[in-house]
Design a protein around this ligand. Structure first.
Ligand SMILES: NC(=O)c1ccc[n+]([C@@H]2O[C@H](COP(=O)([O-])OP(=O)(O)OC[C@H]3O[C@@H](n4cnc5c(N)ncnc54)[C@H](O)[C@@H]3O)[C@@H](O)[C@H]2O)c1
Length: 476
């Protein structure tokens, strides 16, 4: 089939590359000319495992092309995916300006029947707004306004495993309302996704509103599990229990399962924070509240500062003259995405308190520097104390403590003996619970994980001289 994908970001590029891999003829359009130029020059603007190979193969075989020309893009596809960003607005609601701008552009260029598929994560009712925006443009041109159907097909891929998630979906949710084009649209979507339904039917058909809400509910549920475990971990620290044992203990219950039960420094990224905020706002707009989801956000905001609180407990509030190593900048492994990454909160606060920060990430260095430069635009002197290193052990040289913020595989088995000799004081504050507290105790390395019963780490380090650690709110 001929497919158009509007928006060549994390979702659009993965969608385009995977549909091309399945044999479809894909044209990706983006209004960022540098991005399209890079893609046309065989580059890849984001890091996502496997994406480069997919793009290279399908470019070479002529199944995927890139353009900035919307008229060409609208002409090309019988199915047109919208995969542009829906960031948070000030009040937490989803900003639909890109989605609606794209809808108007589609309306301006549409000449024959198209299925317009909303893949962006959008609040309930957006498909109708997209429908209206297209219809307005068609009417301006005196064209009948039933030349298209807008449906919802939310995307559930995880960055870092996006290709695999797209090619092996747990389910494909399609929201399609009853109407004159219902059967034709259903047939086209069945044809489009036929490869995924060969073994057993993975497509879940529902009405548009339910599909839109399903996406938010899924992300809110996953975020809830993370915040819940973070609260359990913080309690485990207070009562001397080990959250990893608790995780295994509850995950073994088939009603609970093992997924998304890891305690850490809070969730970040482009989806959970903005989608939980948008869901809360949707409820408010309807005169209701989402009490659980609001609490999930609140817990997450304070969890992002947990490692910082610990650093201040060890070293006091004035970090002048101290050097901290950071391992991991991206919000999670296997991506260079820095959107709402906990590392941004931690690094900014360390720098503002006078610390030197030497950080390393296997792929997110450039994105991290860009994000932190924006975050600290008004603090150039503090930002000057940040150095992004090209190897993990360059960062730890002479460090007063190592803070682990992203669970990249490269950090799973470090050379602890080297760390011990290299660092000024062997103290690891592990925000991802990568290491066994007992191993490190045996090696004489002070260690503190999240909810891991770490008396040794609490005894060592430079104790807080006077001031108590600041409140989470002041640190975020
Ligand atoms: N990133 C994820 O893991 C993920 C997963 C599932 C769903 N989603 C949702 O998918 C949507 C896209 O997310 P993303 O992470 O790919 O965003 P992104 O910011 O990486 O990409 C969006 C792209 O759209 C382009 N764009 C914006 N306006 C345009 C216009 N008028 N015409 C053409 N191109 C335009 C931008 O230049 C950018 O390249 C969001 O709604 C997001 O919530 C994201």
């Amino acid at each position: 089939m001929k497919i158009t994908v509007i928006g060549a970001g994390y979702v659009g590029l993965v969608t385009g590359a995977c549909l091309a891999e399945l044999g479809h003829q894909v044209l990706c359009v983006d209004n960022n000319p540098e991005k399209i130029a890079l893609l046309n020059a065989a580059g890849v603007p984001i890091y996502e495992p496997g994406l480069q190979e997919y793009l290279a193969r399908n470019r070479a075989e002529g199944r995927i092309h890139f353009t900035t020309e919307m008229n060409e893009a609208v002409d090309h596809g019988e199915v047109i995916f919208i995969a542009v960003g829906t960031p948070s607005q000030e009040d937490g609601s989803a900003d639909l300006q890109h989605v609606l701008a794209v809808a108007s552009q589609v309306g301006r260029h549409l000449k024959n029947f198209k299925v317009v598929v909303n893949k962006s994560t959008v609040p309930v009712g957006t498909a109708y707004r997209v429908q209206a925006a297209i219809a307005i443009e068609l009417r301006k041109r005196g064209i009948q306004d039933d030349l298209f159907e807008v449906i919802s097909n939310p995307e559930f891929l995880k960055e870092g495993a996006a290709i695999d998630d797209f090619m092996r979906p747990d389910r494909i949710v399609i929201g399609l309302d009853k109407g004159p084009h219902h059967d034709l649209v259903q047939q086209k979507m069945e044809q489009l996704y036929a490869s995924f339904n060969r073994h057993h039917a993975r497509t879940l058909w529902m009405d548009v509103r339910s599909a839109e809400l399903t996406k938010y509910a899924a992300n809110a549920m996953l975020a809830t599990r993370i915040s819940f475990m973070n609260e359990v971990a913080n309690l485990a620290d207070l009562v001397g229990a080990d959250v990893d044992s608790v995780r295994r203990g509850i995950g073994a219950d088939a009603r609970i399962g093992h997924g998304f039960l890891y305690a850490g420094t809070g969730y970040g990224g482009s989806c959970f924070p903005k989608d939980t905020r948008a869901l809360v706002q949707t409820a408010l707009d309807c005169g209701s509240t989402m009490k659980v989801v609001s609490a999930v956000e609140h817990v997450n905001d304070s969890q992002k500062t947990v490692l910082l609180q610990r650093t201040l407990q060890h070293f006091g509030n004035d970090l002048n003259g101290l050097k901290f190593a950071i391992w991991g900048l991206a919000f999670k492994p296997n991506t260079d995405d820095m959107r709402e990454a906990p590392s941004r909160v931690v690094i900014k606060n360390l720098l503002m308190r006078g610390a030197q920060v030497h950080a390393f990430d296997p792929v997110a260095s450039k994105e991290a520097m860009h994000a932190l430069t924006l975050d600290m635009a008004d603090q150039p002197q503090a930002l000057a104390r940040l150095k992004i290193e090209t190897s993990a052990y360059e960062a730890t040289e002479n460090a007063d403590a190592l803070l682990v913020l992203t669970e990249w595989k490269n950090f799973h088995h470090p050379d602890f003996a080297l760390l011990k000799t290299q660092m000024k004081r062997p103290l690891i504050l592990d925000g991802r619970n990568l290491y066994d507290p007992q191993w490190l105790e045996d090696l004489g390395i002070a260690y503190q994980g999240i909810g891991r019963r770490n008396e040794l780490a609490l005894q060592l380090g430079r104790p807080t001289e006077a001031q108590p650690a600041e409140s989470a709110m002041a640190l975020s």
